[in-house]
Design a protein around this ligand. Sequence first.
Ligand SMILES: [Zn+2]
Length: 291
Amino acid sequence: MARGTPPRDRTLLGRLRETLVTTRLSRRVWHLLDPDVPRTQAVRRLRALVLASAATLAANALIAAAADEPPTDQVAATSPSTTTTPPPMTIRPLTSMAPPGHVPVITRVETTDPVAFVTIDDGFVRAPEVAAVLDELDMPVTLFLVDRPVLDGAAFFGSLPGTVESHSRSHADLRGMPEDTQRAEICDNAGTIARGLGRAPVLFRPPYGNHDAATQRAAAACGMAAIVLWEQSVERGEMRFRSAREIRPGDIILLHFRPELPGELRMVADRIAAAGLRVARLDDYLVPDAP
Ligand SMILES: [Zn+2]
């Protein structure tokens, strides 16, 4: 299924393809690479220049794709590893998107309802006006938090109209880590959130969006129903689009707890309204009601 292809790979391939197409357009330059062209010293120099330029373009595309993840605060792992396993959850209607024992990875919700979802990550910077802005905008949010902000800011997060979900214990880049390490990062964070805020999380967002099959298994083992990525992110007040160039029904939007967050929330509210959509609760669409 197309949804199973990591968005990052699509970005990488897309940029490489663009680079190749752009380069092919310069046929007058490319023909210098033709072995039939007489090899004067000038032509040899031009050939070398063309090859070097193409290599630079390709390298830039790779670097740009690798840097595509929004920057996020780094935190060192500090708390000891203790494993807690909340009861397993199911997710609808996405259970078929992942093999048994793996949670699905989503960047948006398949729905025709005129809704979009706002998510806010990390939690280190807690601007006091955020609660008032969310109330004023009547905007429900999903917060993906790491351990330290939950421990330091339970009162702040409890005052927001949102649901707190898991973002790992220490904000480590999980991709490629041993599965038991990944499981400790997710399960420990789930336990911290459950103890600190009174509800066990059921959705997981890996730091930087980086994940692998072990992350999908570890998240399932920790009671998560899905790995939730995003379609749009907000960076320095600007909306960045991952695939489509507009906000569509079901899209998930990523912001971070930063000093600029209040203004960014107003901007996002305007963009969602301009798209003819309203903000809905992510949990209402992903996680079934408790029996
Ligand atoms: Zn993060």
